[in-house]
Write a protein that binds this ligand. Structure first.
Ligand code: AMP
Ligand code: GLY
Length: 423
């Protein structure tokens, strides 16, 4: 079978790496890919959201199955477009992708479907939102409605900060159209976890639990990023917690969509806060997490391509569960100088081979490209180094040994990935 993976991050590298190992895969392509993905797939120079060119490529190259990594093409309706031509593709249709593309849509559906989540109000008028802030308890959480590359959420510590935030989102439009509406919601307290499932709308097959580290610096200090590291499993997600998330959050939202006539097929990611009153949904993503995927997939023993095909073809009922390596996996993200602000590019990366050769280590590329015979940095998050260990402590040790073999000017990474699991 000929497979196309769409995207260019660490998540897509982990997907392409795993899919290339499938007995069903004869040839794997990736659009646009990166320097690391090129080791597992043939990279094609088409941007991830250029649906017309992707469609042409799939038709002319006789691709049997397309897998969408990032949210942008899903939100643009790539799955609907492929469906029109009877092409087999993994991911939800546009209407279902609104779960991630519009936080207001997601929150309203959560309320309607009985999904536990923070109390909220939605505003499409800046003056009204600002007036509402007058008599609230702080901290409060303010969210831009639309896609904002993971930066559209602010936890406002006081009224002044809240007003400034609403002003910059709704009036200065720092996130463009994404800020036409804001959600103002209660601040939840607890530990976060990521629960991902495959679903064809009837069947739900969970992936292993994981936890992400969003802040840039150790001890969860500094601004939010796309994610600086992850580990799987997350010990805080006990069997009972997992079951509760599946029943009250995942199942209810999928049924809520179905009641509106929307069939969700693909991977569904619930970001949850484990509060004293039980798990509450923070957000839904309609794709794999990045970097959670780089910590989850090295543990997966089931054929990934097979289960993704079953998802897309509504045949998930043939699975009861997926098969997992019982070891722990840790992924440490290595970032460019300046990230998550303006970052440097074009720095030569050394030590990749040496790290990649280590047993139970995989070096996933995110922002890299090849220049002559060298691999250089080209993005904010440059690499995700993943390592397996018999327990979380050993996985952490192993992974950092690999990270230390890598070096480029300005490189930085968190030194405490997995600390919650160790504690
Ligand atoms: P979201 O994109 O909605 O998941 O928000 C990004 C991050 O903001 C989450 O991972 C949380 O760390 C934080 N966050 C979002 N909503 C809340 C909330 N209601 N209470 C506390 N933290 C939140
Ligand atoms: N790691 C968070 C995300 O993928 O949205």
């Amino acid at each position: 079978m000929r497979v196309l993976v769409i995207g260019s991050g660490g998540r897509e590298h982990a997907l392409a790496w795993k899919i290339a190992q499938s007995k069903l895969a004869d040839k794997v392509f990736c659009a646009p890919g990166n320097a690391g993905i090129a080791q597992n797939a043939e990279c094609i120079d088409i941007p991830a959201d250029d649906i017309t060119r992707l469609l042409d490529f799939v038709k002319s190259e006789k691709i049997d199955f397309t897998i969408v990594g990032p949210e942008a093409p899903l939100d643009k309706g790539i799955v609907d477009e492929f469906n029109k031509y009877g092409l087999n593709i993994f991911g939800p249709v546009k209407e279902a992708a609104r779960l991630e593309a519009s936080k207001a849509f997601a929150k309203e559906l959560m309320r309607e479907s009985g999904v536990p989540t923070a109390d909220f109000k939605i505003f499409d008028d800046a003056e009204r939102a600002i007036a509402y802030l007058e008599n609230q308890k702080y901290p409060l959480v303010i969210k831009a409605d639309g896609l904002a590359a993971g930066k559209g959420v602010v936890i406002a510590e006081n009224k002044e900060q809240a007003k400034e935030t609403v002003h910059s989102i709704m009036k200065d439009k720092i996130f463009g159209h994404a800020g036409n509406r804001v959600i103002i919601e209660d601040c939840l307290i607890g530990e976060e976890a990521s629960i991902l499932v495959f679903t064809d709308s009837r069947q739900i097959i969970p992936l292993a639990s994981s936890q992400d580290h969003k802040r840039v610096f150790d001890a969860d200090k500094g601004p939010n990023t796309g994610g600086m590291g992850a580990y799987s499993p997350a010990p805080i997600v006990t069997k009972a917690v997992f079951a509760e998330v599946l029943e009250k959050i995942i199942q209810r939202i999928i049924q809520g969509l179905a009641r509106r006539g929307v069939i969700y097929k693909g991977v569904l990611y619930a970001g949850v806060m484990l509060t004293q009153d039980g798990p509450k949904a923070l957000e839904f993503n309609v794709r794999f997490g990045d970097p959670e995927t780089q910590a989850i997939l090295p543990r997966l023993k089931t054929d990934l391509l097979e289960v993704m095909l079953a998802t897309a073809n509504a045949k998930l009922s043939r699975y009861k569960n997926l098969d997992w390596d019982s070891r722990s996996c840790v992924c440490v993200v290595v970032a460019s100088g300046g990230y998550p602000g303006d970052y440097q590019k074009g720095k030569v990366i050394n030590g990749l081979d040496e790290a990649g050769k280590m047993k139970d280590i995989a070096v996933f590329h995110a922002g890299t490209k090849k220049e002559q015979d060298k691999i250089v940095t080209s993005g904010g998050r440059v690499l995700g180094v993943s390592g397996l260990g018999d327990n979380i402590k050993q996985a952490i040790e192993k992974t950092y040994q690999a990270v230390e073999k890598i070096d480029f000017e300005g490189m930085h990474y968190r030194k405490d990935i997995g600390y919650r699991a160790v504690r």
